[in-house]
Design a protein around this ligand. Structure first.
Ligand code: ZN
Length: 295
């Protein structure tokens, strides 16, 4: 009988020893260095701060040489990271860097593609599979179908034509199409996004692609008259990918809708779940909500 308290105490102590400290932050890497958007260095700083403020990520940056530079020197160790975020739209990486990245995502690494990252690497088959659909870079029907909303279902449209365009920049409403996915669960069904490019006519293999949100591309703003995919997830091997087409200019990158979906998308990509609450300042169906320009 006298043994019991000792056993209980030992059990308690071992329990205390087992209650590990909070898990280390996920290591994230932002890739950048070339873009058709001159603001890309500021965008990277925005994305870095958005990841860090979740408390979930520590963030490094891997910047390529400038256009025309020695691209063969660029070879980040992707395998050191849980998440890679791309703010890159430029010259092809080396064969080695591309192979490393493919292996990283296929093996279960998380990837987030932001805005014109889906313009990059039009001839890289695996990359097109990772982003699902992309634009520009002479993308055409040979890259894959358009993804079109028809009678409540997303279907592939193999019509010939360009891949990637956008009308005039404007504020536009985002429609949530998947209310059960962890990234979009709990978000308002419709919310107004700050002034941005509304990417349209993206095309690609669209394999294992789930459309979470669309925006209607109005003919009046030189759009397509279609509900264009805006937020997507893709599975590539064991890797989870979150793809947002939003984020052309700094104003759109300061939209609380952009920020929240980026943060939630990053968490989902690394963990398969989202623990972040929807912030109070999330935009409403008719009102943009954006952060002020940093001082
Ligand atoms: Zn843009």
């Amino acid at each position: 009988m006298q043994v019991r308290p000792v056993v209980a105490l030992t059990a308690l102590l071992s329990l205390a020893a087992c209650s590990a400290p909070p898990p280390d932050k996920y290591k994230a890497l932002i890739v950048d260095g070339q873009s058709n958007h001159k603001i890309w260095p500021i965008t990277t700083q925005y994305l870095k701060s958005y990841l860090e403020e979740t408390g979930l990520f520590s963030v490094d940056i891997a910047t390529t040489p400038p256009s025309g530079g020695p691209m063969e020197t660029y070879r980040p160790t992707f395998s050191d990271y849980a998440l890679v975020v791309s703010n890159y739209n430029g010259e092809p990486w080396s064969e080695g860097a591309m192979a490393d990245f493919e292996e990283f995502v296929a093996g279960g690494g998380a990837f987030v593609s932001v805005h014109s990252a889906n313009n990059a690497f039009p001839e890289w088959t695996a990359y097109n599979e990772m982003i699902g659909i992309g634009g520009w870079g002479d993308r055409t029907e040979r890259h894959g179908p358009y993804v079109r909303l028809r009678e409540g279902e997303f279907v592939h449209d193999n019509s010939p034509g360009i891949g990637g365009s956008h009308g005039t920049r404007h504020e536009f409403q985002i429609d949530i199409r998947d209310t059960e996915h962890p990234i979009t669960k709990g978000l308002p069904m419709q919310w107004m996004h700050a002034n941005d490019e509304l990417y349209d006519r993206l095309r690609g293999p669209a394999k294992n692609l789930r459309v979470l949100a669309t925006a209607f591309s109005r003919v009046e703003t030189e759009g397509t008259g279609e509900h264009e995919p805006i937020l997507m997830t893709i599975q590539f091997g064991k890797g989870r990918i979150f793809h947002t087409t939003l984020g052309h200019a700094l104003i759109s990158q300061r939209c609380n809708g952009f920020i929240t979906t980026f943060q939630r998308g990053a968490e989902w990509a690394v963990s398969g779940k989202v623990t972040q609450p929807v912030p109070q300042n999330f935009p409403t169906a008719d009102k943009v909500s954006a952060r002020p320009e940093p001082a």
